[in-house]
Design a binder for this molecule. Structure first.
Ligand code: PGA
Length: 262
């Protein structure tokens, strides 16, 4: 069985280096007393790029921690002011990179096609792409979840070769659940995961679709983490707010790891 992934997206919340240093110290201390984290789980921390080295230092001493990036550019080098090359990420120890987070779609105006190109660039750099898809509140109210997910996935997948799809991680993250209070029900989660898997299967075949790892993101807390049971087919979560608090990050990881072990 592969590791479940618990990803802390720090966003632009820890703006001082000292905050990231103390966060990493607290994550390490909390992990030392959490027996469920010994194996089968990986904790990915995604800081701002100038603080990669702080997380990388923790990853060196704590093998269950990996460094993640919050974004990437699709070209490897050239005149692209302000962009982050996948080569630079790999060179800095980045193992996972988030692409297509709803805040990137909103503030970075990134399209599904561009997300697809980022995925291809990450695979070339041997970094695992963590790809976000999810419907908006409006799409949900209009009963258009299936249409929304299908159109995101199809446009992204155009840039991903069949032999690479199993190296991608997909996050079902409904936009309405980000920064909210409750995630979807287990039934809704399961049906979204099955739908994503079917969309992948339609393009690449069922065998490879069953190899893809699916996560969930949006309003996950230590209080609701126990709902992520293995039968949902969701092998991990992405945390925004809860990920910025070291104890809750580690607690969510321990709770879900425990569910997957029993
Ligand atoms: P949240 O954010 O956990 O604070 O809802 C999730 C995200 O933005 O990925």
């Amino acid at each position: 069985m592969r590791d479940i992934l618990i990803i802390a997206n720090l966003k632009m919340n820890m703006v001082h280096r000292r905050d990231v240093v103390s966060y990493c110290d607290r994550v390490r201390a909390a992990m030392a007393t959490a027996p469920d984290l010994k194996k089968g789980v990986r904790l990915v921390i995604c800081p701002s790029a100038p603080h990669f080295d702080v997380v990388q230092r923790l990853a060196h001493v704590e093998p269950r921690i990996a460094l993640g990036a919050q974004d990437v550019f699709w070209e490897r080098r050239g005149s692209y002011t302000g962009q982050l090359s996948p080569v630079t990420l790999a060179d800095s120890g980045v193992r996972y990179a988030l692409v297509g987070h709803s805040e990137q779609r909103t503030y970075g105006h990134v399209s599904d096609e561009e997300i697809g190109k980022k995925v291809a660039a990450l695979i070339l750099a041997e970094i695992t792409p963590v790809i976000f898809v999810g419907e908006t509140e409006h799409e949900r109210a209009a009963g258009r979840i299936k249409d929304a997910l299908t159109s995101h996935m199809r446009a992204i997948m155009q840039h991903v070769r069949a032999e690479d799809i199993a190296r991608c991680v997909f996050v079902y993250e409904p936009v309405w659940a980000i920064g909210a209070t409750t995630p979807p029900t287990p039934e809704e989660l399961m049906s979204a995961r099955i739908l994503l898997q079917k969309i992948i299967a339609d393009t690449y075949g069922a065998t490879v679709a069953h190899m893809v790892q699916f996560l969930y993101g949006g309003s996950v807390t230590p209080q609701n983490a126990a709902m992520f049971t293995p039968d949902l087919g969701i092998e991990g979560v992405v945390l925004g707010r809860a990920g910025t608090q070291a104890p809750s990050f580690v607690q969510v990881a321990a709770t879900i790891a425990h569910q997957h072990r029993t």
